[in-house]
Design a protein around this ligand. Structure first.
Ligand code: CUA
Length: 306
């Protein structure tokens, strides 16, 4: 899962890559023209050919030619920006930058929202429109292999259209310094075949599955008794908090803590015990009162929420 813009995973990113190469070539040509002009002009001046120097500088490579090249590249770039903002195929995903994680909500045809966090799934071959917000500071939403990057600004909704050609995994990052754990603010992107995506979304809309086994049941009881539900939602249970990430299907995501750790029992246990040790400045409090067995039970419960 590279973070390279030069390895495009869809048509929009491909356009950006092409534009990059055109711009790099244009810049190279202008650079060579300007240097060549400087050398020729200096020599002409030594020979006293001042009129020739003026013509060369104004009509030739000093002003006119670079202006034409840069102008053409700017027009091509601006046209592409407007392409990026052309609405998608009706698929809308809302993403909100938080300290330091990603709140995700999928709009569905019946108007309801399917809530998730720190992972984005997209159907292959469809233009998906992202509605981007922030609740605190300016973050920046960027999936380098799929296209452009755009800021997430408090009090303002930005839109970005992205498309992935084929099923696969990608990585997204926050591309704007937003505080002490800015570098620990990433997310996984999973592109699925459209039918598989629809099936997945229907499952995500369902309530959490009941804990399986004695350890997971103990974990659920601890989760409820320690007030985790004040911040986290697990649909179908009493936990209905909206402050932190929605955990209804947490176990189906590839990572936890905004792609900082893998999604397994040990990582969840370590995170719950001391979040700020893993992510400095994280808003989730420590739970030092939980012993190792209790942490494993909570980890087992959450890991099982697929
Ligand atoms: Cu969020 Cu950097």
């Amino acid at each position: 899962m590279s973070l390279s813009t030069l390895a495009p995973g869809g048509s929009i990113a491909e356009q950006t890559t092409h534009l990059f190469w055109w711009m790099a070539s244009g810049a190279g040509i202008v650079w060579i023209l300007v240097l060549g002009t400087a050398v020729v002009a200096a020599r002409s001046r030594q020979r006293g050919e001042n009129r020739r120097v003026s013509i060369l500088l104004i009509l030739g490579c000093g002003a006119a030619l670079p202006a034409i090249i840069v102008g053409a590249l700017s027009v091509a770039g601006l046209k592409q920006v407007s392409d990026f903002l052309t609405p998608g195929d009706g698929r809308v995903i809302r993403v909100t930058g938080e300290r330091w994680w990603w709140r995700v909500a999928y709009e569905t045809p019946d108007g309801s929202l399917v809530r998730s966090a720190n992972e984005i799934r997209m159907p292959a071959g469809q233009r998906v429109e992202f509605e981007l917000r922030s609740t605190d500071v300016i973050h920046s939403f960027w999936i380098p292999s799929l296209g452009g990057k755009i800021d997430m600004i408090p009090g303002h909704v930005n839109r970005l259209v992205l498309e992935a050609d084929r099923a696969g995994r990608y990585r997204g990052v926050c591309a704007e310094f937003c505080g002490s754990s800015h570098t620990l603010m990433e997310f996984d992107v999973t592109v699925m075949q459209p039918a598989a995506f629809d099936e997945w979304l229907a499952l995500q809309a369902q309530d959490a599955r009941a804990p399986h086994g004695a350890v997971a049941r103990r974990g659920q009881a601890l989760f409820m008794n320690h007030g985790c539900g004040a911040c986290h939602r697990v649909a179908g249970t009493a936990a209905d908090g909206r402050i932190g990430p929605d955990l209804t299907h947490m176990g189906s995501r590839p990572g936890i803590a905004a792609a900082t750790l893998p999604s397994d029992v040990a990582s969840i246990a370590a995170w719950v015990a001391h979040p700020a040790d893993i992510k400095p400045g994280a808003l989730m409090p420590d739970f030092p009162m939980l012993d190792a067995g209790e942490l494993v039970a909570i980890g087992t419960y959450l890991e099982g929420l697929e």
